[in-house]
Write a protein that binds this ligand. Structure first.
Ligand SMILES: NC(=O)c1ccc[n+]([C@@H]2O[C@H](COP(=O)([O-])OP(=O)(O)OC[C@H]3O[C@@H](n4cnc5c(N)ncnc54)[C@H](OP(=O)(O)O)[C@@H]3O)[C@@H](O)[C@H]2O)c1
Length: 370
């Protein structure tokens, strides 16, 4: 059994980890940390756990975590995780950590000051960690001790664009992303903007031109492009919106297709290599071949669209692509459950990889509908 601890276990991402891990038969949940609810049974915070055999919430103690756990999930706010990880690693160098927040995601420490407004106090951890987008980095994750679990918007956006940037099919500075998120994306801590009468029957953009997920998406898409031999920087326009759902992220994004659909372009190379035409059915086939064997990424046929309800409660990322021959642009759509593929589910997928378990263990979750 993998002995697992969760810091931030009473928050939404931590709570979702509990939900999924009680169904994982290779895990013993040893340590559930909540500073606010220390001493209480889990069912006092999440009533659905009445009758479950779970440890009570506890105060945070690095000694307990180091002693009791093989792996610790940290589901704390940005800037709160790096001091904990620094202490844990120095106390028990072999411990495995998956940070569900952002403190391991950016490779350049100076970006934390610019985008997050704090100084990263343990930059040495950044170079030791692996970006945990399971479908794209499984081999590195298998050998990792520290994993940066991707953000929810980055998960959907990077999976949506990975084939396009890998094959150099789009102009890297032309990517425009509109993304919608349900309210659980903001966490359990109350705030006026997330108060029911304020956000129900309402939709609004936020984080304009400065959302913290921009550098993460640019960093990872540029890295994928480099593996295909494309060195252009990725410049992203990204606008998130809050919508009145509990769970769910829907990304609708556009980019200019490469130079010339008929000319001597990378598009023609892909076309030649894969032997398919670059219309919507052809691009759909390219996506299917790129994600072959990745059971949590579902490439939808051209007559269907990704929708949040079709992935709710599951670890799926549904993707749909269209070639707009009139404008020379590609339209990509992706839907995930922010708390599952966007947080806890992907974290468990990464844990499975790190411990040599089947990647989908404990994640055989059909979406709930309605
Ligand atoms: N919600 C999502 O959809 C989602 C998706 C992907 C990633 N994430 C990331 O996951 C992390 C947690 O998000 P969330 O939505 O679960 O937030 P949340 O519901 O507000 O929970 C965060 C928890 O962190 C704990 N915490 C706060 N400050 C801490 C500190 N200094 N040290 C230790 N624990 C501390 C708090 O627990 P106690 O006061 O009880 O200790 C709180 O319950 C964030 O970094 C977030 O960006 C969230």
């Amino acid at each position: 059994m993998i002995r697992v601890g969760i810091v931030g276990a009473a928050g939404y991402a931590g709570g979702e980890l509990i939900r999924l891990l009680v169904g994982h038969d290779g895990v013993a949940l040893t340590t559930l940390v909540s500073r606010t609810h220390a001493g209480k049974p889990v069912s006092q915070v999440y009533p659905g756990y009445y009758g479950y055999d779970l440890p009570h919430f506890r105060e945070i103690s690095m000694t307990n975590l180091a002693y009791e756990c093989d792996l610790v999930f940290i589901a704390a706010p940005s800037g709160a995780a790096w001091p904990l990880m620094k202490d844990l690693v120095s106390m028990k160098p072999g411990i495995k950590i998956i940070d569900i927040g952002s403190d391991l995601r950016l490779k350049d420490p100076s970006l934390y000051r610019k985008w997050y407004g704090y100084e990263h106090g343990a930059p040495e951890l950044l170079s030791q960690s692996v970006y945990g987008l399971s479908e794209l980095h499984a081999d590195e994750i298998k050998d990792a001790r520290l994993v940066a679990n991707p953000g929810c918007y980055p998960t959907a956006t990077i999976l949506a664009f990975a084939p396009l940037v890998r094959y150099g099919m789009v102009s890297m500075d032309s990517i425009v992303v509109n993304a919608l998120s349900g309210v659980s994306g903001a966490g359990r801590t109350p705030g006026l903007g997330y108060h029911f009468p304020e956000c129900n029957e309402n939709m609004r953009a936020y984080g304009l031109l400065c959302h913290r997920h921009v550098p993460e998406i640019e960093q990872e898409l540029a890295a994928i492009a480099r593996t295909g031999g494309w060195d252009d920087a990725v410049n992203l326009s990204f606008t998130p919106h809050l919508v009145p759902l509990n769970r769910g992220i829907l990304v609708t994004a556009y980019a200019d297709l490469g130079n010339d659909l008929s000319g001597d372009s990378c598009l023609r190379d892909v076309n030649r290599d894969l032997g398919i035409s670059l219309d919507t059915p052809g691009l759909t086939e390219i996506y299917r071949s790129f994600y072959k064997g990745k059971r949590f990424v579902r490439i939808l046929p051209p007559d269907e669209v990704p929708q949040t309800k079709a992935v709710a409660g599951s670890n799926y990322c549904d993707i749909g692509v269209r070639v707009d021959e009139r404008t020379g642009r590609v339209l990509v759509m992706a839907a995930i459950d922010n708390l599952v593929k966007g947080a806890a589910g992907q974290a468990i997928q990464n844990m499975n990889l790190m411990f040599g378990e089947p990647e989908d263990k404990g994640l055989n979750l059909a979406p709930f509908w309605p």
